[in-house]
Design a protein around this ligand. Structure first.
Ligand code: NAD
Length: 277
């Protein structure tokens, strides 16, 4: 069955499951995104820093799928090299659109807060202009903690539609998720499968998966979906690409959810937003 959508705080609808392309080289992004679209994915998550917006856009534009049925996300790489002002943000956005070969994106995210430079308030104001122009249907952030979110909301009066954060059964982000719910921000999980590392071999996950006759990856994706989280699993293997979207034919029960809720260790695979630069 097909992927449900959630409604963002500006009324835009976003598929709850999409396809991520981090670490996919530009030339491989075209066949990988084509395989995902063929498998039924309609949401694609890329970023300027992934250096595969061109290859991703090629697959999107060659697919023949009406643009209105697709949901494309990219992200501003607010590099550590310099402080970002409004014009630099607008130029970076234009560059991403040109590489994608699109005239709008559905979601544009600030990739990291990069707190040491303290320029994310100015960046967020420029994002407001992009939303106003209609070239970004929704705007949001990534890797923002509640304190960072509070600052941009207080400064601009504009609440991000989405916060994309590292989230998987080993890092459940309880505090952030509660803040997002309170403020109407959609939670989007990056590395929802824990980057295919330890969590896929966890015995609790294996037991839940076996009980439902599904794979560990499918059980984990289901856990996210039933928590209301948006997921963007990555794979370049067509069989896994299909497996990761085939998660709408079973439901975890309360006991399964409780068991998986017990797997939180708080260990990050990626950087800590307070210090990452
Ligand atoms: P992921 O959790 O999606 O795991 C992907 C890896 O898991 C694959 O490379 C593969 O090794 C394995 N895998 C995938 N499907 C599998 C299956 N069915 N069975 C067994 N193994 C499987 O990791 P990710 O790519 O880090 O995260 C997903 C997406 O999140 C990225 O592609 C990117 O779009 C986004 N992301 C964003 C940020 C950010 O800072 N905003 C950071 C990391 C990732």
């Amino acid at each position: 069955s097909s992927v449900p959508s959630i409604t963002l705080n500006n009324g835009v609808s976003m598929p709850q499951l999409g396809f991520g392309v981090w670490q996919v080289p530009d030339s491989e992004a075209t066949p990988a995104v084509a395989a995902a679209l063929e498998a039924g994915y309609r949401s694609i998550d890329t970023a300027a820093v992934y250096e595969n917006e061109t290859g991703t856009g090629k697959a999107i534009n060659a697919s023949g799928i009406p643009r209105t049925e697709l949901f494309v996300t990219t992200k501003l790489w607010n590099t550590a090299k310099h402080t970002w002002d409004r014009d630099a943000v607008l130029r970076a956005f234009d560059d991403s659109l040109a590489k994608l070969g699109l005239d709008y994106v559905d979601l544009y995210l600030i990739h990291w807060p990069r707190t040491v430079r303290d320029d994310y308030l100015a960046i967020w104001r420029a994002f407001g202009e992009l939303a106003g122009s209609g070239r970004a249907k929704a705007i949001g952030v990534s890797n923002f903690k509640p304190a960072h979110l509070r600052r941009i909301i207080d400064d601009s009066g504009v609440t991000p539609a989405v916060n994309q954060i590292e989230l998987h059964p080993s890092l459940q982000q309880t505090e952030s998720r509660a803040f997002h719910t309170e403020h109407g921000i959609a939670t989007e999980a990056w590395s929802p499968l824990g980057q295919g590392k330890d969590i896929l071999g966890d015995p609790t996950v294996a037991a839940v998966a076996a009980k439902h006759g599904v794979t560990p990856a499918q059980a984990i994706l289901r856990w996210h979906l039933q928590n209301g989280t948006v997921v963007i699993p990555k794979s370049v293997t067509p069989s896994r690409i299909r497996e990761n979207i085939d998660v709408f034919g079973f439901t975890l029960d309360t006991g399964d959810m409780t068991a998986m809720n017990g797997l939180d260790t708080g260990n990050r695979l990626g950087g800590d937003p307070d210090t990452f630069d």
